[in-house]
Design a protein around this ligand. Structure first.
Ligand code: FAD
Length: 374
């Protein structure tokens, strides 16, 4: 069905980036339509550690993750694949919350202000000054501006012919919740041959275990339990985890083809926010904060632009690209460097020795992959 209204802003994807932008813009009086594939709440593959840098902005939007039980995290523990451990106090700290609860919390606020439709966007075309967006259920919507908040990999990347989608990516990730004795104030990153696993508590007290590895490492073992036993459990911390922890999911969630290639923050006049603009390596624990921050950057620029008498879309596109790059480009580059260092056994062992001797270096790296409170 073709809908005749022209929305001011249409957002494709209701993860953290899309929901935050919907909330900010609709609160400021914009007419916002958000289209999301899945109903809430739902689990997502994610480490579920959020940097505290988001707290001032979330509070400003009236969102309090601690009101629904988020756990305050102040300590970072990292281990090499043989289990050698280093602990540091996190410079800013963060909190542990499941995506099941966090996305749902935002959605409950968004639905009071904006229109949310559950459907999958299939096509986006731009002609003159209007977008036409078509969905799987056969609806078409018109909008003056479209935000791409569809995450790290979507059918829309294919529709737009983005280059990263044509290349195979070696990365896959697995996540599940467990009952396990684990300190509430800690996020751990345990390395293993070909990958690493994050552990932290969520609002339900469950421990989230989320690991990323390459298809090459994984394919020698036919099942997730075999891989966990034969490869991940070579790290003694993870051996203890998998032998003691009780799984709370029927089966773990898994995703593949995770790409860390560069993307453009504006493509075919669509403003990309969150992972659709660029995904930082998960070990940095900063992707969610970046998604929320990008929503803020766009919303503020747009609201300023909307007040202007003469509006030139190209000016907004240029301003957003510049602001996005200045906020995130360095972090993405540092994340890439740290990831490749961690996954090379010799460099990783050397890195551990240097880091134990100079823990300030670890803090400096954490600072470089995180932003200031916003
Ligand atoms: C293994 C792993 C571990 C991670 N761990 C952490 C961590 O501990 N801390 C951290 O800060 N970050 C972490 N991240 C990164 C973090 O998960 C992302 O940066 C964050 O989810 C980005 O939010 P987003 O809103 O951009 O995307 P998403 O949360 O992926 O949301 C995109 C939404 O778009 C919807 N969608 C897609 N296509 C369509 C369509 N065509 N029509 C309608 N809807 C559509 C999807 O259903 C989805 O809900 C991790 C990432 C990975 C891969």
């Amino acid at each position: 069905m073709a809908h005749n209204t022209t929305w001011e802003i249409l957002i494709i994807g209701g993860g953290l980036a899309g929901l935050t932008a919907a909330l900010h813009l609709s609160r400021a009086g914009c007419r916002v339509l958000l289209i999301e594939k899945y109903t809430y709440p739902h689990h997502k593959v994610c480490g579920e550690y959020v940097s505290n840098e988001v707290l001032p902005y979330l509070n400003h939007l009236g969102i309090d993750p601690f009101a629904i039980g988020a756990r305050s995290i102040t300590t970072f523990q990292v281990s090499t694949k043989t289990g050698k451990t280093l602990k540091v106090e996190l410079p800013q700290g963060g909190f542990g919350i499941s995506r099941f609860a966090f996305d749902d919390l935002l959605y409950k606020h968004v639905r009071q202000q904006a229109t949310v439709v559950f459907d999958t966007v299939d096509q986006v075309t731009f002609a003159g000054s209007t977008f036409v967006v078509a969905t799987q259920k056969g609806d078409t919507y018109q909008a003056s501006f479209v935000l791409g908040a569809f995450g790290k990999r979507s059918n829309i990347d294919g529709v737009l012919g983005r280059s990263f989608i044509k290349q195979k990516s070696p990365w896959l990730a697995v996540k599940a919740h467990y009952t396990y004795t684990f300190p509430e104030d800690t996020v751990a990153l345990h390395n293993f041959e070909g990958g690493y696993c994050g552990l932290s508590r969520t609002e339900t007290n469950a421990v989230n275990a989320c690991y990323i590895t390459t298809f090459r490492s994984f394919k020698r073992f036919r099942t997730i339990p075999d891989f966990q036993k034969e490869v991940i459990s070579k790290n003694p911390h993870m051996k203890h985890f998998f032998s003691e922890a009780e799984a709370l999911f029927d089966k773990p969630l898994a995703i593949s083809q995770i790409s860390f290639e560069s993307k453009r923050p504006v493509e075919d006049h669509i403003f990309m926010i969150g992972d659709s603009a660029g995904l930082i390596h998960p070990l940095c624990g900063n992707g969610m904060a970046m998604a929320i921050h990008a929503a803020k950057i766009f919303s503020e620029l747009y609201l300023d632009f909307a007040q202007k008498e003469h509006r030139d879309r190209a000016v907004l596109e240029k301003a957003y690209t510049k602001a996005w790059q200045s906020a995130f480009l360095k972090r993405l580059q540092t994340g890439r460097r740290v990831q490749s260092l961690l996954l090379q056994p010799v460099l990783s062992d050397l890195g551990y020795k240097v880091a134990t001797a100079f823990p300030r270096m670890v803090l400096a790296l954490i600072r470089q992959t995180h932003g200031k409170p916003f």
